[in-house]
Design a protein around this ligand. Structure first.
Ligand code: AP5
Length: 214
């Protein structure tokens, strides 16, 4: 099964994917996590991606498309995609690659959240640089202040979570990523809109229910 989770920055895509892979036997593929790991490893790709990520811009398509299509292939076409595709060319190239393999996207889930909620969520997000766990200082705080529940590392704020970068990321989302929603509404995959303003558990239940029906 191939599922795409789309939504603005801070909509809760990563949070939901981590819960969904516990229920469905799928691999979680996050383009943002891949770039963050490349940046941490100081690779060439990481250095190139960082220049764009730090400004709230998208990483150029040519650095994203092959990387993510290979990841989908390595997952045996059984994955939930978080953060990819994010532009029309990325969506079209993914469609083509899947067509060649006689496979297709099963469902596209839009997590609908307004800009105000996004800014509120991201401003209080903290992440673990070592294991990738995600927290929110109010709604999902760690048990011990500033320390990751899962691995005990010190949690931090992402560099691209500064307010001015978040506003830029939101603008980029509306301009570059929203058009892929109409692309998928016109395609044969099931398009599912979920109210992303609910509590995380309610969102997971809604998505799981709709995926079982898809
Ligand atoms: P990426 O890491 O994909 O960032 P994003 O899409 O902006 O999404 P986020 O990770 O910020 O948020 P999320 O939706 O996962 O929310 P989360 O679950 O953490 O990409 C980073 C950058 O990489 C991009 O800006 C771009 O430059 C580049 N990039 C990546 N993919 C690319 C591509 N395909 N093409 C080009 N460039 C690409 O939740 C947010 C917060 O809210 C957390 O604190 C969480 O605890 C809390 N929260 C979650 N759900 C709820 C809820 N229901 N109620 C209350 N709080 C909640």
């Amino acid at each position: 099964m191939i599922v795409i989770l789309v939504g603005p920055p801070g909509a809760g895509k990563g949070t939901q994917c981590k819960k969904l892979v516990e229920q469905f036997d799928m691999k979680h593929l996050s383009s943002g996590d891949i770039f963050r790991s490349e940046i941490a490893g100081k690779t060439d790709l990481g250095q190139k991606a960082k220049q764009h990520i730090d400004k709230g811009e998208l990483v150029p398509d040519e650095l994203v498309i092959d990387m993510m299509i290979s990841a989908v292939k390595n997952a045996d076409y059984n994955c939930i995609l978080d953060g990819f595709p994010r532009t029309l060319p990325q969506a079209e190239q993914l469609d083509k690659a899947l067509e060649k393999e006689n496979t297709k996207i099963d469902a596209v889930i839009e997590l609908a959240v307004n800009d105000e909620t996004v800014v509120q969520r991201i401003s209080k997000r903290r992440v673990c640089p070592d294991c990738g766990a995600v927290y929110h200082l109010e709604t999902m705080p760690p048990m011990q202040d500033g320390i990751c529940d899962k691995c005990g590392s010190k949690i931090i704020q992402r560099d691209d979570d500064k307010r001015e970068v978040v506003l830029e990321r939101l603008e980029t989302y509306h301009k570059m990523t929203e058009p892929i929603i109409s692309h998928y509404k016109d395609a044969s995959a099931a398009y599912i809109e979920i109210d992303g303003s609910q509590r995380p558990e309610a969102i997971t239940n809604d998505i799981a229910q709709r995926l079982k029906e898809a």
